[in-house]
Design a protein around this ligand. Sequence first.
Ligand code: M6R
Length: 366
Amino acid sequence: EKGGWSSFMAKEVAEQPEAVANTIRGRVRDGAVVIPELDGLDELFIGINRVIITACGTASYAALVGKYAIEQWARVATDVELAHEFRYRDPVIGDDTLVISISQSGETMDTLMAVKYARERGARTLSICNTQGATIPRESDAVVYTHAGPEVAVASTKAFSAQITALLLLGLHMGRVRSTLTDTTAVEELSTLPEKIAQVLAEENEHVSQLAGWMADTRSVLFLGRHVGYPIALEGALKLKEISYIHAEGFAAGELKHGPIALIEPGQPVFVIVPSPRHSALIHSKVVSNIQEIRARGARVIVVAEEGDAAVLPFADEVIRIPLAGAMFEPVLAVVPLQIFAMALATAKGLDVDQPRNLAKSVTVE
Ligand code: M6R
């Protein structure tokens, strides 16, 4: 079933253009996002004043990207809550709240319990799921499926890019229904996403794998990001922990001076996800100055930056390029080299990338 691939993870990383294309297919009509599963369910999105996205692990990082997209396009306050934390306090939710759950398997017990709890409290519920007919969608008022195809490797890759895609679609759908969406460029850009992912795979696979090979003895790797790059930093760190058993941490770049910069010593590898200067010169310049700060303390800086961004060159030891994309689309591109890095590093250490120790594909106990 692996075809010619060395692992399911390698196969699934490579399948991302298809996973994203399949998730978009049939959901764009006459220049607008119209998700057929949500036909007749406009009332889910009107009259709400709050969205909570709940999930665990990688799905919770997709949720963080979703927060930016939904707030920007649908203009409704959106928060992300880890499913296992959400239920064990007394959250302020009711019929003015939409609780969106995200789960590849649709069987994660923590997430399922959060959905049930939200329903009991009278919230509206919608799930984003990769498995047809799974328990979580059955317990929700509505479902938007990701069409990533079966994901076998324990470390989630193509399901993650499909989850972000589904959240972008949902944000655009909600923006249309709520009449808050003014910018149509994002809808137009959707169809270009699969080929851009394919470009990252084609152009960076060898470079990043080589880099990982050189770094096989590394004991700790840090990841920094800002805005929608922040969840990608978290995801890059999780991938590395899960399959290569290396200590890794992701930080919001702005937090550096509030503590984590103390970790920087000569030779410390740090990945930095650099947002495009075309979206916000300010955010970009803040990240570039973060890079300068860590470089001055001897960090080994590996940047993920868009093609043509020359501002990073004087301070980077390695530059990984991604194609130009809208702000909300960059995460789907920036995560790809981090997945490849984790996989190549685990392989260099002789580890089984598909079946990491202590982990199960689907966590069906609380
Ligand atoms: O099936 P789910 O999406 O609900 O799973 C959630 C997490 O358990 C999952 O994303 C986990 O973090 C992965 N192993 C990450 O690679």
